[in-house]
Design a protein around this ligand. Structure first.
Ligand code: ATP
Ligand code: MG
Length: 664
């Protein structure tokens, strides 16, 4: 009997299934692959056979004052240590060694101010300023181990400050410049910061917001905080408290121009950074020096296929987030890259400013968040169309799942269909990118972060049994330690163990995200564990429903939550933002419901659709579904300190009560 018909049926099924899952595949373009740093898929197996050797060879790319004795110390899990016995310095690796290698003239940062001001800073110049600030910090009484707070906008001084701290072994605690002064106080208090570096005022879309004066209003009564260093950036008048406050420029002018980099233990704390707070109260993540630098340096090179002599790299995040720490500061500088640094917002002075900057500096690698891409979709393709984007050769995303529609838009409109997209999954906790394509090797599928990087081990576990799932949905875990992993939650070791290692034991890191593993072993991170809705016994990820809603041509953005429902257990409520100035009506609602029915099934259709001009987002741009759940269930709002625009919540609350009045 011929097997022919069977094969045909299965082929037909395959293509039908692929169409159903909306899975288009994108192999690396041949021109890209040919020139890629990594093009042999054997690297995956090589790293899997001996992960410690893999990471040790990456650590060897760094400069060590003293080589390590032990790659991984794992006798007290989950408190792992890497490169034990080794000593190094992060600022030395990011600056001195490049200057010593004769490339001090290379531009490290093309800084661009909101008002058009430009500063090109070379590696040699950056080193000189870092040395001076490091000496100045010492003169102000900062010693190895003292925590230094940094509350600065996107100005070069923020990079100088971080590196000056790492030069003398003072762990930094950077607070995103968009946070309120109260949030800064809380973080300074908690980390017992001895000194805070801040600014007179910051640019905010054409206006100047006072910063130092706000800080003063809340910063009293912190016994540990001895000094405040103020960068004069915008000339905003501010009060200086004698004995406590000093100007950055003045202490720099008086400082010793020399300040040798301190040899630090590989496990010396490099920084504390709070997570963005999408799910709960922010956690103080602690990263140390050797493993962290190994992780960010290797991933920055391989994931972005970096050619430091040629590329112009731009990570359009804020330094105040882990993305900025790892991929604006430590990764790119460690790799001697030339970067763009933009002070302002993506829509000021106009909605095409990003594309203008890409053309201006010849940016070849762009790394940004899906939230920014969705905003650009909303603003329309006419903005990027005005600029020559042909210098781009690689695109990246980070921070949230990217829905296929946004992925394809990024691919076509920004990447001109020639740039691979690296959808990078990672966390503040992981320090470096964990799951993402290698752009010269991995075939991509829009919406999937694909597979773990070489040396990283991820699995999807069945929720109740904890058994690995080969195909299907479950809890994402990392099953082996990795060099750039968090070492603990600052001053909360019990919370560290409980949050990440209680569920499956000290060897298995619980990520907190749900994921699907498809039959090619590709991973689809579909959102936080709590962002799962149960409708009539069907478990749905909010991201999946959101992707279906956004597939409707009029929709720009959507957030989905589950709300208690008498009949179905939970019903889907969707908060929807339409493109441009479109207004939603009954027809649009029916259209959206039909799109969801077609893509997922009738049971997944939203029961209520609420039009919203904007969605509540963390300051890093992530949708905070837990707040949407709170208002939909009529509860008091949980922690809102990390919310970007509190007015959005008021508008939504108002809409919901209107809606409820109508329904009753
Ligand atoms: P908190 O832990 O305080 O709730 P947070 O998780 O938002 O805050 P981050 O560490 O900045 O703080 O974000 C990491 C999370 O972002 C991941 O756990 C995941 O949920 C999401 N994420 C990041 N990158 C991706 C990606 N490429 N695809 C899907 N989700 C992503
Ligand atoms: Mg998190």
């Amino acid at each position: 009997m011929s097997t022919e018909p069977d094969t045909q049926t299965s082929d037909a099924l395959d293509s039908e299934l692929a169409a159903l899952l909306d899975v288009e595949r994108f192999p690396p373009p041949p021109e890209f692959r040919e020139q890629a740093l990594l093009k042999d898929p054997a690297v995956y197996e090589q790293a899997a056979r001996d992960p410690l050797a893999w990471w040790a060879s990456e650590a060897e790319q760094l400069h060590w004052f003293r080589r390590w004795d032990t790659v991984l110390e794992d006798s007290n899990p989950p408190f792992y240590e890497w490169f034990v016995g080794g000593t190094l310095n992060a600022s030395y690796n990011c600056l001195d060694r490049h200057v010593e290698a004769g490339i001090g003239g290379r531009i490290a940062l093309h800084w661009r101010g909101e008002d058009g001001e430009e500063r090109d800073i070379t590696y040699a110049q950056l080193l000189a300023e870092v040395k001076r600030l490091a000496s100045a910090l010492k003169a102000q009484g900062i010693a190895k181990g003292d925590v230094v707070g940094i509350y600065l906008p996107m100005i070069p001084e923020v990079v100088v400050s971080m590196l000056a701290c790492s030069r003398i072994g003072a762990p930094h605690n950077v607070v995103f410049g968009g946070f309120s002064a109260e949030a800064v106080r809380e973080r300074m208090e908690f980390s017992q910061a001895k000194l805070l570096i801040t600014v007179d005022g910051a640019a905010r879309k054409g206006k100047t917001a006072p910063v130092k004066d706000r800080v003063d209003e809340v910063m009293g009564g912190l016994p540990a905080l001895e000094k405040i260093v103020v960068v004069r950036s915008k000339g905003t008048p501010c009060q200086m408290q004698p004995g406590r406050d000093v100007y950055y420029e003045e202490i720099l002018a008086e400082a010793d121009a020399e300040c040798p980099a301190e040899p630090l233990d590989a496990e010396h704390p490099l920084y504390i950074l709070y997570t963005s707070g999408s799910t709960a109260k922010p956690k103080g993540i602690l990263h140390t020096t050797g493993g962290y630098l190994t992780g960010v340096c290797a991933t920055h090179r391989y994931v972005f296929d970096l050619k430091p002599e040629r590329d112009v790299y731009w990570c359009a995040a804020d330094v105040g987030w882990v993305t900025g720490h790892s991929y604006i500061v430590y990764g790119p500088l460690c790799n001697a890259a030339t970067s763009v640094m933009w002070e302002g917002a993506p829509d000021y002075p106009h909605k095409g400013i990003w594309w203008e900057l890409i053309e201006r500096y010849g940016v070849s690698i762009l790394y940004c968040a899906p939230t920014a891409i969705r905003a650009c979709i909303k603003w329309g393709p006419q903005w990027p169309a005005k600029h020559d984007l042909s210098s781009l050769r690689l695109l990246g995303t980070v921070g949230e799942p990217i829905n296929p529609k946004a992925w394809l838009w990024y691919h076509r409109v920004i990447g001109g269909e020639r740039c691979p997209i690296v959808d990078t999954w990672w966390q503040t906790e992981t320090g470096a990118i964990m799951i993402t394509p290698l752009p010269g090797i991995t075939e991509t599928k829009p919406g999937s972060a694909t597979r773990p990087l070489p040396g990283v081990f991820a699995e999807v576990l069945e929720e109740s049994s904890g058994e690995p799932i080969t195909e299907g949905q479950g809890l994402l875990v990392l099953t082996r330690p990795w060099p750039s992993m968090l070492r603990t939650l600052y001053k909360e070791p019990e919370r560290f163990v409980e949050t990440y290692f209680e569920r499956f034991g000290p060897q298995t890191y619980l990520v907190g995200d749900a994921a699907r593993r498809d039959r090619d072993a590709y991973l689809w991170v579909i959102g936080r564990i709590d962002d799962v809705v149960n409708v009539s016994g069907h478990r749905l990820s909010t991201a999946e429903v959101e992707s279906a809603i956004v597939a409707h041509p009029d929709v720009a953005e959507a957030a989905v939550i589950g709300q208690h429902d008498e009949d179905t257990g939970q019903a889907i409520v969707a908060f929807v933002t339409l493109q441009g100035d479109l207004e939603g009506d009954e027809g649009t609602i029916e259209g959206i419901r039909a799109t969801v029915a077609e893509r997922i099934g009738k049971f997944a259709r939203p029961k209520r659709i609420i039009w919203s001009e904007d969605l509540p987002k963390t300051r890093s741009g992530k949708i905070m579904r837990r707040l949407l759940r709170d208002i939909a269930e009529g509860r008091a709002l949980g922690d809102v300190t990390t919310l970007r625009d509190p007015a959005v919540m008021e508008q939504l609350q108002h809409k919901i009560s209107e809606r409820q009045a109508e329904e009753d």
